[in-house]
Ligand binder design. Structure first.
Ligand SMILES: Nc1ncnc2c1ncn2[C@@H]1O[C@H](COP(=O)(O)OP(=O)(O)OP(=O)(O)O)[C@@H](O)[C@H]1O
Length: 231
């Protein structure tokens, strides 16, 4: 479980990106983080993954405060990982299988485990037909699934998606809804940001609404329209 209490983050130029934010997750939940451009969603995700250290507040994972030394951060990213909006940013190697294996190989997992993780990640992301192709030749939607498979291969407990449906056609958007729901059903906790309210409505169990770094509202799906009205 990830929990933030009174989280604040100010960038070096003085921009107050998060102010006194309370946020928490529960295992298997799909949590949507919504808010207009500049609301603080990406900053929150950078704090949750340890890329940014909050100026004030408490940030814990499974009730333990997040530590910022190299070893602790590496361990944190095994538990909480992020799928960035631009798939290209997360692709490091030319072949699908090698790219999926990149994280597990860096962590020096055994070849049997790596092979099993590759197979499971390919299956979960329906990449069977692309698995022997060069990533350079894949479509945007396929590249996005390779990026997701690379994260799944690390087997994190919490997966953050930054605009998972952006750039996908209607069929692939629907596939993304199914993939996210299947991950949650398998026990993964999902946190995601999106500007697509239909996608949020179709996918999430619980929603946080941010405005200029402040938490404006939060609620489960049946509260969704109340949240929308107050936005
Ligand atoms: N490196 C930075 N230096 C200074 N200010 C920053 C930096 N990164 C983000 N900000 C500012 O912090 C605020 C929150 O930005 P953030 O990217 O977290 O918002 P967001 O909700 O993810 O927006 P979007 O929906 O456009 O992705 C904005 O005012 C932004 O300009």
């Amino acid at each position: 479980m990830v929990e933030c209490k009174n989280l604040s983050y100010v960038y070096a130029d003085g921009t107050k990106a998060l102010s006194d934010l309370d946020f928490s997750t529960q295992k298997g939940r799909i949590i949507g983080v919504i808010g207009s451009n500049g609301a603080g969603k990406s900053t929150l995700f950078k704090c949750l993954t340890g890329f940014l250290k909050p100026n004030t507040g408490h940030l814990t994972y499974n009730h333990q405060p997040i530590k910022y030394d190299k070893k602790s951060l590496q361990a944190l990213r095994m538990k909480i990982n992020i799928v960035l909006q631009g798939a290209e940013k997360q692709i490091f190697l030319p072949s699908v299988k090698d790219d999926i294996a990149f994280g597990p190989r860096n962590l020096r997992m055994s070849s049997e485990i790596i092979e099993r993780r590759i197979i499971e990640a390919i299956e979960a992301t329906a990449l069977e037909s692309c698995k022997d192709k060069l990533i350079h030749n894949l479509s945007y939607g396929q590249k996005k699934r390779v990026a997701i498979a690379g994260v799944l291969a690390l087997s994190p407990e919490v997966i953050i998606f930054d605009e998972p449906e952006a750039g996908l056609d209607p069929y692939m958007k629907q596939q993304m809804v199914l993939l996210i729901k299947a991950l949650s059903k398998s026990g993964k906790t999902i946190i995601m940001a999106s500007h697509n309210m239909d996608f949020i409505y179709e996918t999430c169990d619980y929603v946080y609404l941010l405005k200029k770094g402040h938490l404006l509202a939060e609620g489960c799906l049946r509260m969704f329209w109340v949240i929308m009205i107050s936005w």
